[in-house]
Design a protein around this ligand. Structure first.
Ligand code: FES
Ligand SMILES: [Fe+2]
Length: 460
């Protein structure tokens, strides 16, 4: 029997009409090869069990097998730029002190007193040393023991073996990662090929200008998966359809830990009727609702015969160069417009490109039914200027909305996403079938995520 032709093979169907390739081929500049490369693999169409999101036992297995073995984004360099700066990073039952060392390096220690177990610090900030507020056992910033009060009563404790337990630290692109276990792949290997792709976008030259977080009443995987596909826009974010090629998104998988969604902007969604809509309308709606495009004050006139995409990219090319001092003459339209959303397993998602970059992080928040979702916006700092310290995280209360924050219009989109999630969790718990179903292509990142998760859970 001959192989089935590709167009009939399971998982090979694509949204009719324009494709990501068509937009890339129409770009006014050369598009980096990695933004053209398709790296999709059909992984089957089996349903997933809802218990993956709802079961306390599944959550316990994640705590045991997953979290200690993965590289976790713990802090940005600009969160802790000076010697003695500390970030308290907590996740999955662990608490770390991520500490800027005297030599500018970064180390991470378990934030637990080796006397009777009090947490050493509750808040990020500056530390001369780490003195336990209970009886005063004290450690130096390098984790070595400094002092034990009433030393005469602890002759059985040797200074050399009383250092704070340490986690591995890796640094890339202004991001600081920790990994609890000392064995396993290096950060470089773990992130590949992401650092190669981000070489152009230089997140190490950015700083956090907005940082908003909220506890969402849904499993951490359900929350992160709401950001792994673009096509929920058709119902959840109708206001962005005039300028979002949601179903034209290209999805690619790279190794076990990285996957990508490339969604074209300043083009009409294939879900809406095109007749009667001008290119100017696309730009007008983009400026109103995109949230990263520059806001309502910006006026852009699309010249006759030009596409909205070309016109908007050119405006951004000039505008971002003025704002950041970086020359964007060779930046492609897609790097100046589109959602280039990278996911790093299991809970970190930085956007690529030259617009202000969105960065997501999701952490389970005490149990399987809650998540701390964080959204950062990174801005590029002009060449030669010192990277400013990050703004503090703005934690929203239960009844506060994302749109009422610094995120503005972009916050509307998050409010729409978050409005679904508690009901997703409720539905997963109430499910009669105990299963969910995924699209073969547009939800491949979710399947990829679960395949990698299973690899970790299967470890001895
Ligand atoms: S618990 Fe920390 S000094 Fe006693
Ligand atoms: Fe969304």
């Amino acid at each position: 029997m001959p192989d089935k032709p590709r167009e009939e093979a399971q998982g090979s169907a694509r949204c009719p009409g324009e494709s990501w390739d068509d937009y890339v081929n129409a770009d006014s500049r050369e598009v980096p090869a990695f933004l053209r490369a398709e790296s999709y693999e059909y992984m089957g169409s089996e349903p997933l069990a809802t218990a993956r999101y709802t079961s306390a036992d599944f959550f316990r297995r994640e705590l045991e097998k997953l979290w200690p073995n993965v590289w976790q984004f713990a802090a940005r360099e600009e969160d802790m730029p000076d010697v003695g700066d500390v970030v308290v990073y907590e996740n999955a039952g662990r608490s770390y002190l991520v500490v800027r060392q005297d030599d500018g390096g970064v180390r991470a220690f378990h934030n637990v007193c080796l006397h009777r177990g009090r947490k050493l610090r509750l808040e990020s900030g500056f530390a001369k040393d780490f003195k336990c507020p209970f009886h005063g056992f004290t450690w130096n910033r390098d984790g070595s023991l400094k002092e034990i009060p009433c030393r005469w009563d602890f002759s059985h404790l040797k200074n050399e073996t009383m250092g704070l337990p340490e986690a591995r630290v890796g640094r890339w692109g202004g991001y600081i990662f920790v990994c609890e276990n000392n064995t396993g792949v290096s950060l470089e290997e773990y992130l590949a090929p992401l650092p190669e792709h981000f070489r152009r976008w230089k997140h190490e030259e950015c700083t956090t200008v907005i940082h908003v977080a909220k506890v969402i009443k849904a499993n951490w995987k359900a929350v992160s998966e709401a950001f792994m596909e673009a096509w929920h826009s058709v119902v959840t974010h109708p206001q962005i359809l005039p300028f979002t090629g949601d179903a034209n998104t290209l999805y690619s998988l790279w190794g076990d830990h990285v996957n990508i969604a490339l969604t074209p902007f300043a083009v009409m969604s294939p879900h809406i009727e095109r007749d009667g809509h001008s290119q100017q309308w696309i730009v007008d709606e983009f400026l109103k609702y995109n949230g990263r495009a520059g806001g309502a004050d910006l006026k852009v006139k699309v010249p006759d015969g030009m596409t909205a995409r070309r016109a908007m990219a050119e405006v951004n090319r000039v505008r971002y160069a003025q704002m950041t001092g970086h020359n964007h003459d060779q930046a492609s339209d897609c790097e100046l417009l589109d959602a280039l959303v990278y996911n790093v397993f299991p809970n970190f998602a930085p956007w690529g490109g030259f617009m202000p970059n969105i960065v997501y992080r999701w952490r389970p928040w005490s149990d399987q039914g809650a998540t701390l979702m964080e959204v950062r916006i990174l801005n590029r700092i002009p060449p030669g200027q010192k990277i400013p310290r990050a703004v503090p995280m703005h934690m929203l209360g239960e009844n506060e909305t994302w749109s009422a924050t610094e995120l503005g219009t972009l916050g509307n989109v998050f409010d729409q996403d978050m409005a679904n999630l508690p009901y997703v969790q409720d539905g997963l718990k109430a499910s009669k079938t105990g299963q969910i179903n995924l699209g073969d292509y547009q939800e491949i990142r979710i399947r990829h995520f679960h395949r990698t998760l299973d690899k970790y859970l299967a470890r001895g």
